[in-house]
Design a protein around this ligand. Structure first.
Ligand SMILES: [Zn+2]
Ligand SMILES: [Zn+2]
Ligand SMILES: [Zn+2]
Length: 376
């Protein structure tokens, strides 16, 4: 009965975080993280510019073209890698909101803002006493629109527009830089590489600063003008005016931007055949751990096969086999069915996130994970 022994209840607390406090706290933490990132991006960018303008050709003069070209690899990797490390550092040391139950830091508004739950222990931690805000109309799913129901199928929401800004900025910025530096195919390779180092510098500074200058409400206007967003259907949150993610609104009944209650969800009590949240979480954590192990083992494996070191290859194979076996065991303990019992959709790897964040099937929204809500 290993399933029973690994079963853990979802923690239950009375002292919840006020939703506004949570938002302010998280916004403050991410603002200071962004500030650090911008300062670092400026420093890295300036370093690239200086090196490209004054030192690069002098340093490279001692090497032949092949080795010079090889040095471009660290040039391309160093800036993004440093910014990545800074982001990791911010996650660890920043003053992020902590879950009152498990004490772990929460780094993103979602899923907590909509689900009101901690992403680490699934406890209900947000206090939100707002009543239903009427008026919001859920857009159709792809399948519903294929059944030729009248209405709007949503592909654009506020979060999507935020991401699109980066795509809007990148090509014009790169083209402008190439023109400004006069790169052309007759150019000498040494000159071109020095120019690329400088272009990297400006691009790193620009990519951090420029996208946030494009206004989301302006983009919404353009989308409405292009009829990508319908005028008549009310897909905006009545509380904050943003376009919430339709899938999150469907699964939680709440706005993904401000957490306001937009839809009344069916109340489904826990049943014994529903999944245990902690078991699903352990399976998912195991999966990401094996992905990291595979990424670390792969270069060692290549090295081992180049050197024909069989003992090393056997050891790596054994380690990898153990991780696969461990994943298999955790999956069995989590008892995730192949298909959703309500709509018979395949519960592939991509559905696990939805199960953990919202406890529901990503297609039919039936509750599949126990949340312990009825016990309080
Ligand atoms: Zn927690
Ligand atoms: Zn809202
Ligand atoms: Zn389903």
């Amino acid at each position: 009965m290993s399933n029973r022994s690994s079963y853990r209840k979802i923690p239950h607390i009375t002292q919840k975080i006020n939703r506004q406090d949570f938002r302010d706290w998280l916004n403050q933490a991410s603002a200071s993280a962004r500030m650090l990132t911008s300062i670092l991006a400026w420093l890295i960018g300036l370093a690239y510019l200086l090196v490209g303008a004054f030192f690069w050709r002098e340093w490279m003069a001692q090497y032949d073209l092949k080795i010079q070209a090889f040095w471009m690899l660290p040039v391309f990797a160093a800036g993004p890698a440093l910014l990545g490390f800074a982001a990791l550092f911010n996650r660890i040391v920043g003053n992020w909101p902590r879950c009152p139950t498990c004490g772990k830091k929460i780094h993103a508004l979602l899923p907590t803002l909509a689900s009101k739950r901690c992403p680490h222990c699934h406890a209900l931690i947000l206090e939100d006493t707002r009543e239903l805000s009427p008026g919001y109309l859920l857009p159709l799913t792809m399948e519903e629109s294929l059944e030729k129901k009248p209405g709007y199928t949503l592909s654009v929401d506020t979060e999507f527009l935020r991401k699109v800004r980066i795509i809007l900025v990148t090509p014009p910025l790169m083209i402008a830089l190439f023109l400004a530096f006069g790169l052309n195919h007759d150019m000498e390779l040494e000159l071109m590489m020095a120019a690329i180092v400088q272009i990297m510098g400006i691009a790193i500074i620009g990519m951090v600063g420029l996208p946030s200058l494009i206004s989301i409400s302006w983009m919404t206007h353009v989308c409405r003008f292009l009829q990508l967003i319908p005028k008549e259907q009310f897909i905006y949150c009545p509380e904050c005016g943003c376009i919430p993610s339709a899938s999150i609104a469907r699964r939680t009944g709440c706005c993904s931007e401000c957490g306001a209650k937009l839809l009344e969800l069916a109340n489904e009590p826990d049943t014994p055949d529903m999944l245990d949240w902690h078991a699903v979480k352990r399976y998912e954590t195991g999966k990401s751990r094996s992905a990291i192990i595979a990424a670390v083992l792969y270069p060692v494996f290549l090295l081992g096969s180049l050197l024909k070191c069989w003992r090393l290859l056997w050891t790596l194979g054994a380690i990898y086999a153990i991780t696969i076996w461990q994943d298999f065991r955790l999956k069995k303990l989590a008892r995730i069915p192949k298909k959703c019992p309500h709509c018979s959709r395949q519960l592939a790897q991509s559905a696990i996130r939805s199960l953990l964040n919202y406890g529901r099937c990503p297609r039919c929204n039936h509750k599949l994970v126990r949340d312990g809500d009825a016990e309080r």
